[in-house]
Structure formats: structure tokens, C-alpha cells
Ligand binder design. Structure first.
Ligand code: ZN
Ligand code: ZN
Length: 71
């Protein structure tokens, strides 16, 4: 069963899939040729040796609430 990228909704190639460090959902690995519209960004964790990935949904600005300040 194919895994679907949570950001772009396209099927994931298991070779090029990574998990978001925040939501844990699987996303496309940011390859060089798709860096412009990658599904995630690479983040370096100082407290962990290695790279981590954060999906566009988590790395982007939080969605603005239409009711912000309206309570
Ligand atoms: Zn994707
Ligand atoms: Zn995420």
C-alpha cells in the first residue's frame, strides 16, 4: 500500500521519504532538483547528531485564525 505524502498528497517513494520531526507524518525528502518546492525543510538539531526534517505544514507560519482577537 502506497504511502502518501502529507504535504503534497503524492505517493511517496520509500527511498525518498522522511518523517517530520514535529508531526511525524511522512513526507518527500528534499532532493536538490525539487528544493524550490520541497515538501519539507532540513533542520539541524544541535542536540542530536544528524539531520531532521520538518514538513511545510509545521515549518510555515501558523494559520491565521479568522476569530483571532474576537473572543
Ligand atoms: Zn510531497
Ligand atoms: Zn509536520
Amino acid at each position: 500500500m502506497a504511502t502518501i505524502c502529507h504535504v503534497c498528497g503524492k505517493p511517496l517513494d520509500e527511498t525518498y521519504s522522511v518523517s517530520c520531526m514535529r508531526c511525524g507524518r511522512e513526507i518527500h525528502y528534499p532532493t536538490e532538483k525539487s528544493a524550490a518546492d520541497a515538501c519539507c525543510a532540513v533542520v539541524t538539531q544541535l542536540f542530536v547528531c544528524g539531520l531532521a526534517f520538518i514538513c511545510n505544514s509545521c515549518s510555515g507560519p501558523p494559520p491565521k485564525s479568522p476569530n483571532l482577537g474576537g473572543l
